[in-house]
Design a protein around this ligand. Sequence first.
Ligand SMILES: CC(C)(COP(=O)(O)OP(=O)(O)OC[C@H]1O[C@@H](n2cnc3c(N)ncnc32)[C@H](O)[C@@H]1OP(=O)(O)O)[C@@H](O)C(=O)NCCC(=O)NCCSC(=O)Cc1ccccc1
Length: 317
Amino acid sequence: MSLAGFNQLTEQEKMDRFMERIEKGDKIEADDWMPDDYRMVLIKLISMHGISEIMGALPEKEWVPKAPSLQKKLGIMAKVQDEMGHGQLLLRVVEDLLEPLGKSREDLMEDLFTGELKFHNVFHMPSPTWGDAGMIAWLVDGAAIMTQTNMLQASYGPYARALHRICAEEVFHAQHGESIIMALAEGTGMQKKMLQESLNRWWESLLMFFGPATAKTTGTSKQDLTIKYRIRTKTNEQLRQDFFTKYVPRVLAIGLQLPDETMYFDQEKGEWIYRQPDWAEFKNIIANNGPMSKSRLRLRKIAYENNQWVREALANP
Ligand SMILES: CC(C)(COP(=O)(O)OP(=O)(O)OC[C@H]1O[C@@H](n2cnc3c(N)ncnc32)[C@H](O)[C@@H]1OP(=O)(O)O)[C@@H](O)C(=O)NCCC(=O)NCCSC(=O)Cc1ccccc1
């Protein structure tokens, strides 16, 4: 159908055509017609993902000067650079979605500083030991791979394409994490203790990573909308269950104890039964009241302000 013909359709007819495309598995591109709620849910999801990649570089960045060997230092430096690159790639994808609304990428950064744009709960937490650097790369990246592969076939083409590259790199990150974890797990008593303590510290945050099961906890949930529009396929709880199935056996195999003594796999229900994390604390953390929220935001703001001249030079070549 010609553009002129399409423009003459009623809003309902445009919507019907859009849903036909979604159900056929077509990719929606930045210039295509899309309903407002599709655009808004994508902006929210991708801007939060992008900014979390950038904020996510900060806990590991702290370990670049303190990594225990040159090889580990090179590994963690490369990972930090990759995460920043993922953030840039994703913010570029959001830029096209924001343009028709008269908003820019700079506005997103302002939204981060005012607290309107949230970043993932895990990146509000401290990383006091080398064990934490390993835990982030092994299990946070492991969790990130699960949520992101869930969207590799996303109906929005630019996001799906960016995710293909990002997921490939995240696999390397998880392997880098696994190598840190294995070295500590096979190390001295002190190293094993350090590892167990970092797992204990990260456990609740990892459960929260996938988001609440239903809107009851936070008052809102976009899961139905993102599934309806085929941006993702699995719910937050299904992803959390997949995470347990993959990682609980691995955690136990390297001699670590689960920080939840009530946890077991219910054969009849076919699901893991576990102690819920403190969801009130989750809300508090993502409202920038986590232990490291303010200092990491401050660091980001300083970097943003110091680089203002680069943005100005690019805008006025
Ligand atoms: C699956 C989920 C995480 C959550 O599903 P949703 O559909 O969003 O769930 P739902 O609508 O039910 O939520 C209700 C409310 O709760 C909020 N909320 C929920 N969960 C969180 C949370 N964990 N943290 C903070 N807030 C959260 C949510 O926004 C909503 O807020 P609202 O009330 O609307 O203001 C989704 O965002 C996703 O797939 N993201 C894409 C991938 C991605 O972002 N990856 C991670 C970063 S990259 C990475 O890690 C790599 C790396 C590794 C190491 C180092 C460096 C980098």
